[in-house]
Design a protein around this ligand. Structure first.
Ligand code: KG4
Ligand code: ZN
Length: 356
């Protein structure tokens, strides 16, 4: 029997809807919000308003591009958290309204689980090797930095995570200090290509286990610039590319050091990267290089699956639906979501917000 899932994503500043049938992507429509560029970061209220404007046309386009009508879907998967509450509220309310008007069941999805399972989205005509279980995922985004052991599509263990800033946040803050605009990651990535990654050294944290910390690296950059600018007011301008390349190398060294440790300790030799920062060209090439050296099988997502998208929500909804997960109309969005799975199969999400 065919299983068709409509996915809805609105956790931050991208409105997206996607249709997946039996794990194969039929459509994935995205509307990103340029309005935040002028403010140097996402403005939550503006994000919610843009989602309100975009969500109906984006969903309509996703169904049209998939060549199906709403009657042909089996369930509506939506991002319940984590994310910006106002943004999540738009997607959640829309999904609930659609469910109520069509009678189609709802399946809530954890955004982070979506990023991890984006590797399981199949596309027509593309021969893609799906990750084998168990594998380790380095989940790196603007809000999260985690190493996760994945034992099945619905069985996750967080081995380590950042105790302060996320890797994407470190990129964004570095870019802000250098006056490069928002989001900073892609600009640093571009400038770093012309710079010398060994020219400057920034402090690396000494955190036990598999946890990360990025606040010290950021402070180290700030102090370094303060000292250098005293000697030469044009220092930043003259050395931008080298600063970016050196900072990027430090961020990635830290990411990979812990991943290597986790792989060694667990004996798992299959690794994946996911989340916005997995678009970083240096991280992508370094993980491939590291995998070659260590005999790992490595999964690097296509660029379109690195940023927030509804295909990853639909594929997660697909696995959860098959496992019997359903969400009640009383489900409210949650800005912070600790666990990857919420209600147990068959249960409503009511009263489960804290456990999502
Ligand atoms: O996953 P995502 O789209 O949103 C969150 O859920 O946070 O990640 C956004 C983050 C931002 O911090 C952005 O600067 C970073 O991903 N990013 C990059 C690159 N592209 C996006 N960081 C480094 N290099 C990139 N090429
Ligand atoms: Zn994300």
């Amino acid at each position: 029997m065919e299983l068709t899932i409509l996915g809805i994503e609105s956790s931050c500043d991208d409105t997206s809807a996607a249709v997946i049938r039996d794990g194969v992507l039929l459509s994935n429509i995205m509307a990103s919000q340029k309005v935040h560029e002028a403010y140097g970061g996402v403005v939550p209220e503006l994000a919610s308003r843009a989602h309100q404007l975009n969500i109906v046309p984006v969903t309509d386009q996703a169904l049209k591009a998939a060549g199906i009508s709403i009657d042909e879907i089996d369930a509506i998967a939506f991002t319940r958290g984590p994310g910006l509450l106002g943004s999540l509220l738009v997607g959640t309310s829309f999904a609930k309204g659609l469910s109520l008007s069509t009678g189609k069941p709802l399946v809530e999805v954890n955004h982070l689980q979506g990023h991890i399972l984006s590797h399981f989205v199949k596309e027509k005509g593309k021969d893609k090797k799906l990750p084998c279980f168990p594998f380790l995922t380095l989940l790196v985004s603007g809000g999260h930095t985690q190493i996760i052991r994945v034992d099945s599509p619905l069985d996750f263990t967080v081995l380590g995570q950042t105790i302060d800033d996320a890797a994407g946040e470190a990129f964004d803050k570095c870019a802000k200090v250098l006056g490069l605009g928002y989001p900073g990651g892609p600009v640093i990535d571009r400038l770093a290509k012309e710079g010398d990654p060994k020219r400057f050294k920034f402090a690396k944290p000494h955190i036990p286990g598999y946890d990360y910390s990025y606040s010290g690296v950021k402070t180290s950059l700030l102090y370094f610039l303060r000292d250098m600018l005293k000697e030469d007011p044009d220092f930043m301008e003259k050395n931008k590319a080298d600063i970016c390349a050196s900072f990027q190398k430090t961020v990635i060294d830290i990411l990979l050091d812990k991943l290597v440790k986790a792989a060694k300790d667990t004996g798992i030799r299959e690794v994946a990267i996911a989340g916005g920062v997995s678009a970083n060209s240096e991280l992508r090439s370094r993980i491939v290089e590291e995998s070659g050296k260590r005999g790992w099988t490595c999964h690097v997502p296509e660029f379109k699956f690195t940023t927030d998208n509804a295909a990853m929500i639909a594929i997660t909804g697909y696995y959860k639906y098959m496992a019997g997960f359903r969400t009640g109309l009383d489900a409210a969005p949650v800005s912070r979501a600790a666990n990857y799975c919420s209600a147990t199969p068959g249960q409503s999400a009511s009263g489960k917000a804290a456990a999502l």
